[in-house]
Design a protein around this ligand. Structure first.
Ligand SMILES: Nc1ncnc2c1ncn2[C@@H]1O[C@H](COP(=O)(O)OP(=O)(O)OP(=O)(O)O)[C@@H](O)[C@H]1O
Length: 269
């Protein structure tokens, strides 16, 4: 089974060390790990470093990966593209990247299945440049999935999707992680998604890992106050899942000149 562990990992842009000292326990195939943290905390930078796109100190330790393909695949946050390729061609190209260019029935079958599951078969022959933001994000997700990586890094993969698609994609990712024995790391801003879909959660702030563990142990009112500067509760919903309810933004968190009533219309001042 594949495992991935980060060991004193740092990443730099030019000479500036943007993240540093990120050490984690080993995450095992089948696990979904949420990576959360404020804007500019370093989540994308961490993913790029794990994917080998940035340099820096420390090590990414991957063990037990399948031979023959890249073990780690990175789905970037920005999926905008001005390509002349169709959706189908772009997914086929992703599938064949780093392998022989001979296309077999298994390649075509795998692509058809992935597009079907993601609900994008009807846009197979549309040009990538003509897609909506959500369609582009689904096409990018298909490009990542057909590469069948051992470790998949997904940078805010649902940010452009409507509510039902968000649920479908995250549910699918969790079952795929289990079925394929793949580790899925997902950068997320929706903490309810972290609580609902991720086995573990890593919290990145100011370029450092400040907490890592079971999602329900990590996403707490104390963390929300410290990292996001909000007063919040975690209330169980009728199905027993924790839900984040934000009561107010603390003075430290207010960046815009607004009255607290405007920020928090549900609570009388
Ligand atoms: N190409 C780059 N060159 C220099 N600095 C960069 C570059 N890309 C990102 N940074 C800086 O690195 C820091 C971390 O950015 P990063 O994109 O990793 O944050 P993030 O946690 O993914 O943010 P967000 O949630 O807003 O997407 C920011 O201060 C950003 O300005």
């Amino acid at each position: 089974m594949v495992t991935i562990r980060l060991d004193g990992l740092g990443a730099r842009y030019g000479r500036t060390l943007q993240i540093q000292g990120v050490t984690t326990p080993a995450f095992a195939g089948g696990e979904v790990v949420a990576v959360i943290g404020p804007n500019a905390a370093g989540k994308s930078t961490l993913f790029k470093r794990i994917a080998g796109l940035l340099r820096g100190p420390g090590h990414v330790r991957v063990e037990g990966a399948k031979p023959g393909r890249d073990a780690v695949c990175y789905m970037p946050q920005d999926t905008s593209a001005n390509s002349v390729l169709t959706v189908y061609e772009s997914i086929l190209l992703a599938r064949k990247q780093g392998t022989s260019w001979a296309v077999g029935d298994d390649d075509l079958g795998h692509i058809d299945e992935t597009m079907g599951v993601l609900g994008i078969s009807d846009i197979a022959f549309k040009n990538i440049g003509e897609l909506s933001g959500g369609q582009r994000q689904l096409a990018s997700l298909a490009q990542a999935l057909v590469r069948e990586p051992d470790v998949l890094l997904m940078d805010e993969p649902t940010s452009a999707l409507d509510l039902s698609r968000q649920m479908e994609v995250l549910t699918h990712m969790r079952s795929l992680a289990r079925a394929r024995g793949m580790v899925v790391l997902i950068a997320l801003h929706d903490l309810n998604h972290a609580l609902r879909f991720a086995d573990q959660t890593m919290v990145v702030a100011d370029g450092r890992l400040i907490a890592c563990g079971r999602s329900s142990d990590i996403v707490t009112p104390a963390l929300l106050r410290e990292v996001y500067h909000v007063e919040a509760r975690i209330e169980p919903c009728s199905r027993g899942l924790g839900q984040v309810i934000v009561d107010s933004v603390t003075a430290k968190g207010e960046r815009f000149a607004r009255s607290s009533a405007e920020l928090n219309p549900c609570v009388a001042e």
